[in-house]
Design a protein around this ligand. Structure first.
Ligand SMILES: [Zn+2]
Length: 179
């Protein structure tokens, strides 16, 4: 409670920002983080030591006032960085949703792909499974059609049925075609 009393008349104020002492500490920039380059642990440790060395003359100063003031400024910088990171994460959440939401979206996409495979007919020419393609030329350019997975050896195609029941199959495993 009685901080000033406890520390025996320590009544110095922290450096003003901006002041020449404070700016000297604040103007020092960190090098770009080499995260992901080379041997992660070794590179990261070398990076941290190099950044520490930039502030060595304050942080390891004989004068405790120098060290304390430099630490206060660096704590302030750290809080600013964390604040910006938090804002960026908030923005990413607004744009892309949270982990569970993205997980569900990925699962839905995979399920739709599985469903599309299960719905795929077999080739009328050779019996291989077919997959949907888009016509690149001709009368139906841009329209989807079923093409044989044996293409180009097999040129079998089928029209894509536009009926809505094609997409309304139950999600139980598809039974083999009976034709
Ligand atoms: Zn075929």
């Amino acid at each position: 409670m009685n901080l000033f009393g406890k520390y025996g008349g320590y009544r110095k104020l922290p450096w003003k920002v901006p002041s020449s002492e404070a700016c000297e500490v604040l103007d020092l920039r960190l090098d770009p983080n080499p995260l992901g380059e080379g041997d992660g642990l070794h590179e990261a440790s070398a990076y941290l030591l190099a950044q520490y060395d930039k502030f060595h003359r304050w942080l390891d100063a004989e004068d405790p006032d120098l060290a304390a003031n430099a630490l206060l400024l660096l704590i302030g910088r750290t809080l600013n960085m964390l604040g910006r990171q938090k804002e960026a994460q908030g923005e990413a959440f607004r744009q892309e949703g949270g982990f569970r939401e993205r997980l569900s979206a990925a699962r839905l996409e995979t399920r739709e792909q599985q469903q599309a495979k299960a719905d795929a007919p077999t080739c009328p020419e050779c019996g291989k499974p077919m997959c949907q393609r888009l016509a690149r030329a001709g009368r139906n350019v841009g329209q989807p059609f079923w093409g044989c997975t044996g293409y180009p050896a097999c040129k079998g195609t089928r029209e894509v049925s536009t009926g809505s029941d094609a997409h309304r199959r139950p999600t139980t495993p598809a039974s083999p075609p009976t034709h």
